[in-house]
Design a protein around this ligand. Structure first.
Ligand SMILES: Nc1ncnc2c1ncn2[C@@H]1O[C@H](COP(=O)(O)OP(=O)(O)OP(=O)(O)O)[C@@H](O)[C@H]1O
Length: 250
């Protein structure tokens, strides 16, 4: 799939075609993804949901180049990442993808500012100061930049992780249960920011979540069941997501 601009003019940020992932071999083999084809438009906030064990994390890891695939392809923009070597993949993840994890994954010895800028520094790049200021101020982190992670609340740590994910203006941000370790108020702040980064800063976010309220912040919910696409919801509400999950037996 090389055409990344649809007839409607929407650019595709990430596309999976016939994605297959099998863990293990022989009798114990688990087909975690059984031929998934799904596209994610640039400038859209998508949530991936489904019952436990349905393949959500596997899908995200394959889309983000964190795991190899056993069949099919993944494109990030024009790049078929399934044929990249380890070094090229590492560079692509560093330069074109942002990550937000459930456990924040900040380096404890670095300040918030150093955590935010580490990836750019490792890549030998300078931050765009105006963009950095926009992110830091939007996330309300200005007064916290010289603090280390242990001196920050969980919500503040996850906001630092969001800033780190966005500072290089990635093609796509993957968020894996970003609110899983947060109370509902801190979670709502992080979700508000992710949604705002899409609406106002024209970023692209793909988020795995178990939480129908978190999913309701997205523009679209993609449903996965038994390693296959099981439907999608546009303009989701917590109720419509709950109903769809109940239908899937989640
Ligand atoms: N490293 C692995 N080795 C073997 N099987 C695995 C491995 N990782 C995942 N699986 C299996 O693949 C299937 C999909 O797992 P995955 O973690 O992608 O599901 P999930 O929808 O993210 O689940 P959850 O909501 O519980 O986090 C499950 O049956 C799981 O047991």
């Amino acid at each position: 799939m090389s055409a990344v601009v649809s007839q409607l003019g929407t650019r595709t940020a990430v596309a999976a075609r016939d994605l297959v992932k099998v863990y293990g071999k022989g009798d114990t083999a688990v087909r975690a993804l059984a031929g998934v084809s799904v596209s994610f438009a640039a400038g859209e906030f998508t949530a991936i949901m489904g019952p436990s064990g349905s393949g959500k994390s596997t899908l995200m890891h394959c889309l983000a180049g964190l795991d190899t695939v056993d069949g099919g392809s993944v494109h990030i923009g024009d790049t078929d990442i399934t044929h990249l070597g380890d070094r090229e993949l590492t560079r692509l993840r560093r330069d074109r993808i942002g990550f937000v994890f459930q456990a924040f994954n900040l380096l404890p010895t670095l300040t918030a500012r150093q955590n935010i800028l580490l990836g750019l520094e490792l890549a030998g790049r300078k931050a765009d100061q105006a963009w950095l200021d926009t992110i830091v101020d939007t996330l309300g982190l200005r007064e916290r930049l010289d603090h280390r992670p242990t001196e920050l609340s969980g919500g503040q740590q996850q906001r630092v992780a969001c800033a780190r994910a966005l500072v290089a203006r990635p093609d796509v941000v993957f968020a894996d249960e970003p609110t899983g370790n947060l109370d509902s108020r801190s979670g709502a702040e992080v979700l508000d920011f992710l949604r705002m980064s899409v609406r106002r800063l024209n970023q692209t976010v793909i988020m795995v979540t178990h939480d129908p309220v978190a999913a309701s912040y997205a523009d679209r919910v993609v449903l996965i069941a038994d390693g296959a696409l099981a439907g999608e919801i546009t303009q989701p509400t917590a109720d419509s997501v709950l109903a769809a999950l109940a239908h899937l037996g989640a």
